[in-house]
Design a protein around this ligand. Structure first.
Ligand SMILES: [Ca+2]
Ligand SMILES: [Ca+2]
Length: 239
């Protein structure tokens, strides 16, 4: 028994170095209109027309290990007059795709995008409600969505909406919970099927406004992930 305890204690530091817990806004590379708001929050866009901002986590992560993103989204206070929403992007380089209705991942190949869309673009098949969807490889039309679009109640209420994105590499399952409810789930071998066997990706978050506007923030609660052992050279579009 004592031996087992000793073994556990010896193994503990090894296990702990695999998965890191980070929670600082300083660890993101900001582009466009994104600015640090306070210790916890980044304002991706101010409430003005035709703004776009991005925040990329500075280190690439290893998708062969679990990751967990716990953040709050604030999607502004303009409902009818609000746009466009917030998108999460996973991509081998730190490059933002087409923004605005493209949610920051349009045109990026290979990529995985999770969108929290607050503006109905008819030509992309957006439902009238605010919605959550998972799209891959930069295709933003919902006919190509692999999960969703799932309509949710109005997100543009000025409040913090708790978001939890969890990747389980054993079960090969990506789960998206918003305000305590499961809003998207994807069961797939993301590394093999989407990223061609490359488990090293960057992740970032983007937002934009158009003629309709909102301030849009992300507030970091807890990030748990494994840094990729070999960090790729940073290809930062910085748009
Ligand atoms: Ca939209
Ligand atoms: Ca809305």
């Amino acid at each position: 028994m004592r031996q087992r305890l000793l073994l556990t204690l010896l193994l503990l530091p090894i296990l702990c170095t695999c998965v890191l817990a980070q929670s600082s806004v300083e660890e993101f590379k900001l582009g466009g209109t994104a600015r640090i708001l306070n210790d916890e929050c980044i304002r991706l866009t101010p409430d003005v027309p035709f703004a776009s901002g991005s925040a990329w986590y500075e280190k690439a992560i290893d998708l062969n290990e679990p990751f967990e993103i716990t953040v709050c989204l604030v999607l502004g206070e303009n409902d009818e007059a609000g746009a466009d929403g917030i998108g999460f992007i996973f991509h081998p380089t730190m490059r933002t795709g087409y923004r605005g209705e493209g949610m920051g991942f349009a045109g990026l190949f290979p990529s995985l995008g999770i969108e929290f869309d607050t503006y109905q673009n008819y030509h992309l098949g957006d439902p009238p409600e605010d919605h959550v969807a998972i799209n891959i490889n930069g295709r933003t039309h919902h006919a190509a969505s692999i999960t969703g679009p799932t309509p949710v109640s109005n997100l543009e209420d000025g409040k913090k909406h708790l978001l939890w994105i969890n990747w389980d590499p054993i079960e090969k399952q990506l789960t998206v919970m918003l305000d305590g409810e499961e809003r998207a789930k994807l069961k797939a071998n993301i590394v093999a099927e989407l990223f061609g066997g490359n488990s090293t990706v960057f992740w970032g978050v983007t937002a934009a406004t158009g003629r309709k506007t909102n301030y849009q923030d992300i507030c970091i609660k807890k990030l748990v992930f494994a840094e990729a052992k070999v960090q790729p050279a940073v290809d930062f579009g910085g748009k």
